[in-house]
Design a protein around this ligand. Structure first.
Ligand SMILES: Cc1ncc(COP(=O)(O)O)c(C=O)c1O
Length: 415
């Protein structure tokens, strides 16, 4: 099955090796819980995660393997969204709709607490793309100024800078990161080497959707701050995936989407603008109906919104708080680590994702030998409901708490 993800266009050319369909079937038969755990603990953990999965309306015939692109929302999130959508259409009065303005602010408070920042620093956007572009359009840059990014940034955080540089005359330096990165140091040094007295912005992806490398955000933001450089962290793959504390990370800007690891409603996202960075950003949109506090007054000027979305976002945050941020991070990563371990046993398979746990995430990318990956994905979709993605010649697999394995997949496919 082909993904309709725009990321597919990131063609990556790497050596082609061999992988049999039998091998591929084995990967998806991998056990998701640690083999070193006692049987009772294993069973308890399995029951607990089965209970969590029962909170999703996800059809059990599908296996979620493309979390980096889209994570299905929980039943509660969908129900809140539907409930308030019906409510808005049933009663369009100002009196009834007042609850949406209030709801938006409640959601802002919840998201701020979730990320350990203040509501005044949170803008509810439509997605990461919008947040990244609000930042690259809003910082005043001129000829002679430099912006440092890396090659694996998403286009909304790479080509967006490059195109704006053409208009405003600043320079963009894109550093190369080794694939797979061997260590934390390998993720830091290329940036340090690229920074100069002219650098005004350091913009990097917290967890890459290309190969799932987790960048040491706190360290990179500290390095930027010490040099008077503004930092933008693209958190499309970390908001809801990692146990985040933005105050501790110390970035100036952080962007993300609700429909990914937060498992929230679609077309909603966040832009965090640190209090003392707000005066350094020009708004891109001017209009009415902004938020009511801090940065949201000026940066949330996006006209009439899908108000029920705000209510559903709050529900998604509640889900994370109830299960636990740390536990969700650990489970998503454990599932991906189990997939990686199995994949690494396959002779000739090319692994692009890092091996070191401290820079690994729930995204695992590999090239499965000479197998035609589109055909393989189509076959996996038909036979085991593999809801994954293909991208050029490689395969990113990303697992979230609604992902799971079934015993019956052990039989798949042996021919
Ligand atoms: C790192 C990164 N940044 C930005 C985006 C864009 O996200 P959205 O389409 O939700 O705006 C993606 C999408 O996968 C991504 O992986």
């Amino acid at each position: 099955m082909q993904s309709n993800n725009a990321d597919q266009t990131w063609e990556i050319r790497m050596p082609i090796e061999r992988l049999s369909r039998r091998d591929f079937g084995r990967i998806f038969a991998v056990a998701a819980v640690s083999r070193s755990m006692p049987a009772i603990a294993v069973q308890r953990a399995a029951d607990e995660w089965a209970a969590v999965r029962s909170e999703f309306i996800l059809d059990p015939k599908f296996i979620v393997m493309n979390a980096a692109n889209f994570c299905p929302a929980t039943r509660n999130v969908s129900e809140v969204l539907f409930k308030y959508t019906r409510d808005m259409d049933a009663n369009p009065s100002q009196q009834s709709r007042a609850k949406f303005s209030q709801g938006r602010e409640e959601t802002r408070k919840k998201i701020a607490a979730f990320l350990n920042v203040t509501p005044e620093e949170i803008v509810i956007t439509r997605n990461t793309s919008e947040g990244n572009n609000l930042v690259s359009s809003g910082i005043e840059l001129k000829p002679g100024d430099e912006v440092v990014v890396h090659d694996e940034n998403h286009p909304t955080n790479l080509t967006s800078w490059q195109n704006k540089a053409k208009r405003y005359g600043f320079t963009v330096k894109s550093v190369a990161i080794p694939t797979p990165p061997p260590s934390v140091e390998a993720l830091v040094k290329p940036f340090v080497d690229a920074l100069t007295s002219k650098t005004k912005v350091l913009s990097f992806t917290h967890v890459t959707s290309t190969f799932g490398s987790q960048f040491p955000a706190k360290e990179l933001c500290r390095i930027a701050r010490e040099r008077g450089i503004l930092s933008l962290v693209d958190g499309a793959q970390s908001f809801g995936a990692l146990d985040l504390d933005l105050k501790d990370i110390g970035c100036d800007f952080f962007t993300s989407s609700s429909h990914k690891w937060l498992m929230g409603p679609k077309e909603a996202g966040i832009l965090y603008i640190r209090g003392d960075a707000q005066s350094k950003l020009w708004p891109s949109n001017y209009g009415v109906y902004g938020g009511t506090v801090g940065a949201s007054r000026t940066f949330e000027q996006l006209g009439q919104r899908d108000d029920p979305t705000f209510m559903a976002m709050a529900e998604a945050v509640d889900f994370h708080l109830r299960i636990g941020k740390k536990k969700i991070e650990a489970q998503s990563k454990a599932l991906a680590a189990a997939v990686k371990t199995e994949l690494m046993k396959i002779p000739g398979l090319h692994m692009y994702s890092p091996a070191a746990p401290e820079i690994s995430s729930a995204v695992v990318t590999f090239r499965p030998g000479s197998t035609d990956i589109s055909k393989m994905a189509a076959s996996l979709y038909e036979k085991i409901g593999f809801a994954g993605a293909t991208r050029g010649g490689d395969t990113p697999i990303s697992t979230t708490v609604s992902s799971r394995w079934k015993k019956s997949w052990r039989q798949f496919p042996t021919t």
